[in-house]
Design a protein around this ligand. Structure first.
Ligand SMILES: *Cc1c(COP(=O)(O)O)cnc(C)c1O
Length: 367
């Protein structure tokens, strides 16, 4: 059946395939955390969380507090780690039984105060260590300070200790990654020795799972792999993209040599050209970087370049020589046409493309 508008189809069988593929890469006793921040990488976080819960995921992770609240309000009961909370959110974190990532002395102080004010006992937190990414996290020298503060309160308990790789997908950075691993091991062991109990240690993202089996520790965190992309051609062949972005041809024009197309007259026809207008644009997440013939869409299995400047609600494509008519389906990316290639041709990565598909685009779940 032809679609009647722009749709992002989300295939839950593909999700199941990817989950099982990744789960098979770790030992059975290693827990699985599904990273479903940013609307589950631009798909649908609640629907995916429910499916992943049924598949046996142990933990979820989101970036911001509100994302965790949204999951709780839709009935998700598994533990949810908030990777990047602010100290002003701690009341909401506690009210919704979310686990805060504690990444600095400032947030540690504030969280202990909130937990004590709420008469909490052993409220779970995950300590985030900075092992070289230099983004969020305690530096190794701060370990004694963390331990000292934790010793003085019974309001919280360390449920996890984690860190994040800077370049786990890049074989050229193996040495750096190894150094991150060693630092994580050393600092976490020191903390655990003083705590007297063993929190879950987790370090690997998707590429870490695939490239560094020695770094799986007690839990792994997977995002992009669940959605069907693995940061390498070889892995991409074994995963299935869960999202397919499709639309339709709104109108076809036949333009003459010398005529222009779109804003700023960015495309100029060097010969008579058949073009089509599609109902999606930069407000839907197809940013201007994808225009000017940088990328192609698929029309009846033929590739057609996006020409001229991407508009807010429309793009134009060159369909010269392609047998098609108004109302026909057009595929931007998906199973047969990788979002990684689409993104790469415009100088970006699948992560950015798929998380940018805006909330205006209707999601259609394929069970
Ligand atoms: C986003 C994120 C992940 C997921 O990474 P993928 O490469 O998508 O698997 C894991 N851990 C942290 C801390 C993150 O911010």
């Amino acid at each position: 059946m032809k679609p009647s508008e722009t749709l992002l189809e989300i295939d839950l069988k593909a999700l199941e395939h990817n989950y099982r593929f990744l789960a098979a890469k770790v030992k059975e006793n290693v827990k699985k955390m599904a990273v479903i921040k940013a609307f589950a990488y631009g798909s649908d976080s609640v629907t995916l969380a429910k499916k992943l819960e049924a598949l046996g995921v142990d933990y979820f992770a989101v970036a911001y507090t509100q994302e965790g609240i949204d999951l709780r309000e839709d009935g998700i009961t598994q533990p949810i780690l908030v990777l990047h909370p602010q100290s002003t959110h701690f009341q909401e974190i506690i009210d919704h039984c979310l686990i805060p990532s504690i990444y600095s002395e400032f947030v540690l102080n504030h969280f202990i105060t909130s937990a004590e004010e709420n008469q909490q006992h052993d409220y779970p937190i995950h300590l985030k260590l900075n092992t070289g990414l230099n983004r969020l996290g305690f530096d190794p020298e701060e370990a004694p300070m963390i331990l000292e503060k934790l010793k003085q309160t019974s309001s919280t308990k360390v449920d996890g200790i984690f860190s994040h790789f800077a370049a786990s997908e890049d074989p050229k950075e193996k040495e750096f990654t190894q150094h991150q691993m060693d630092t994580f091991k050393k600092v976490s062991e020191k903390i655990i020795a003083h705590l007297g109990y063993a929190p879950l240690r987790h370090l690997c993202n998707t590429s870490g799972i695939l490239n560094y089996p020695e770094a799986h520790f007690d839990m792994v965190r997977t995002g992009i792999g669940l959605y069907g992309y693995g940061n390498s051609k070889e892995i991409d062949q074994q995963l299935i993209p869960i999202g397919t972005l499709k639309t339709i041809i709104s109108q076809i024009h036949h333009i003459k040599k010398g005529e222009s197309v779109g804003y700023n007259r960015m495309f100029k026809a060097t010969k008579d050209t058949k073009i089509a207008t599609l109902p999606l644009g930069h407000a839907d997440g197809i940013n201007r970087i994808y225009g000017k013939q940088k990328t192609h869409v698929s029309v009846n299995k033929h590739l057609a370049p996006i020409i001229g400047n991407v508009c807010m609600d429309m793009i134009m494509i060159d369909i010269s020589g392609i047998d098609c008519e108004e109302g026909d389906e057009v595929i931007l990316f998906g199973k047969e046409k990788s979002a990684e290639d689409f993104a790469h041709n415009a100088g970006t990565i699948s992560y950015e493309l798929i998380t940018s598909i805006s909330q205006r685009v209707k999601r259609k779940i394929i069970p």
